[in-house]
Design a protein around this ligand. Sequence first.
Ligand code: ATP
Length: 237
Amino acid sequence: QTAPAFLSVWDMHSYYGESYIVQGISFNVHEGEILALLGRNGAGKTTTLRSIARLGNPQVLKGEIWLDHQPLHRMSSHEAAQAGLGLVPEDRRIIPGLSVEENLQLAQIQPPVGWSIERLYELFPRLGERRRQEGVTLSGGEQQMLSIARALARDIKVLLLDEPYEGLAPVIVDEIEKTLTHIKSQGMTTILVEQNAVRALKLADRAIILDTGSIVYDGSASEVLENADLRAEYLAI
Ligand code: ATP
């Protein structure tokens, strides 16, 4: 018997108004794994993340979403966040007027469990060095780090990353990858949406490929790297 999945999406259907985007997808994520969620532009990756995070737009009209035995599909986005869901959106949402440290303090649950601010600075030394700097003045890569650190400060159970490497220099991407590997070693479960599919596949344990709102592949990440037909057909790489 296999262990129950940590995060489980079952027959999820999502709409933006009349537009039917996520067309009945089911998948599991196991505790401590990195899942790459891939597909061409417009395949529905961001919509899938937003649906799991219960953002309201898109509307999820059918389906179940379970996180560690908790029914996210019955929750608001705020409740889902409290239940341990950590969405890091593409635009990072650093709060203007607040320093790096204030951005982290605002996110941190009290009393802090797991990731204290000091531990987050060990994980991201650049943030420690810039703790008094206003968050919005950080470089793109540093803002991405702050956005991930802020999610960890909330003591989340699963990290959902929407295109974290976008616009970043390769050395910064290396740094973020190292961090993701480290937090995985501490037991974190991660869903990684990335346009840079090769990078994501090298880091991930498993991969799901979406095509027009349906899952066309669910399996090991290394198999996608080895399967040129699959890559050409759905990822254009
Ligand atoms: P990308 O890599 O380009 O971000 P994606 O796979 O993340 O692509 P989504 O952003 O989920 O794709 O978009 C899926 C579809 O939903 C697209 O056809 C898009 O135009 C549509 N869509 C996205 N946001 C909205 C919205 N707010 N209102 C209406 N349609 C939307």
